[in-house]
Design a protein around this ligand. Structure first.
Ligand code: HEM
Length: 230
């Protein structure tokens, strides 16, 4: 009974998260009204006019076009049901996701982090998240090509957790505005917290699962034996 209840809670939480991701992504897309064409009176573009045209604008628009698809594709790729029903599509969309992240999202995010609002502390946090997401994507992709699927899954969950920083940072920004706490310090904190917190959640969940079911451990060693068995 207890297991059924906790599964229900888990499912409800999962759907709440999916709805939150979709809602924030839609809000981000609505905000694009200020970017096509660029409105230098809008909060994000305010004061950026002197360096906007040139490499920054190329990174900016690349980022605008690549960010939202990675969140939505990620939802599909994380879905167990989608993966088991359409394994071919999982592979195809997975390759697109890897390409978009490594070739578009990470380079554009890295470039933009140099010009981050509030300065270098936030910029460093955003650049670190770009590198972290690149490392997870490469590790996950390599594991998939080597048919180490548990390891692949783990790295890709980490990758998506870091992508979710785009949601967390906006939720924190919204909360700070409502609470009238908006300040450079809050933004700098959010630039780090927004990706480290989801990663910690992933690792804690994994540790709890491994502790509860050692036989089904998600440890790398288990994943390696999966390869040798195949
Ligand atoms: C880990 C991956 C990501 C990194 C490293 C990253 C990095 C950045 C950086 C450095 C900025 C400029 C921030 C500033 O100047 O203060 C930015 C802005 C932006 N990012 Fe990302 N980003 C990532 C993922 C995403 C995703 C998944 C989306 C999808 C919604 C997204 C959408 C945007 C948008 C729309 C802006 C413009 C500002 C706004 O309208 O809020 N980013 N990003």
């Amino acid at each position: 009974m207890q297991i059924a209840l906790s599964q229900k809670t888990y499912r409800a939480l999962k759907w709440l998260m999916v709805l939150l991701i979709i809602k924030v992504t839609i809000v981000v897309l609505i905000g694009y009204r200020d970017y096509f064409p660029p409105n230098f009176e809008s909060s994000f573009l305010l004061g950026r006019q002197n360096y906007f045209w040139g490499p920054y604008s190329r990174s900016f628009y690349t980022h605008l076009l690549s960010g939202p698809p990675t969140l939505i594709l990620g939802l599909l790729l994380m879905s167990h049901r989608f993966r088991s029903k359409y394994p071919g599509w999982h592979r195809r969309l997975g390759k697109i996701q890897v390409g978009v992240i490594l070739l578009l999202l990470v380079p554009s995010g890295l470039w933009m982090s140099w010009y981050a609002m509030t300065g270098w502390i936030a910029g460093l946090g955003l650049a670190a998240s770009a590198l972290a997401v690149a490392i997870c994507t490469i590790a996950g992709w390599k594991a998939a090509t080597e048919k180490r699927f548990q390891t692949h899954q783990l790295w890709m969950v980490r990758c998506y957790a870091i992508l979710l920083s785009a949601i967390v940072i906006r939720v924190l920004g919204g909360l700070a505005t409502v609470a009238e706490w908006s300040s450079p310090g809050v933004y700098q904190f959010s630039a780090w917290f927004s990706w480290i917190f989801p990663l910690i959640c992933v690792e804690l969940t994994r540790i709890v699962r491994v502790a509860r079911a050692p036989a089904q451990s998600l440890e790398v060693a288990g994943a390696e034996s999966e390869l040798s068995a195949s």
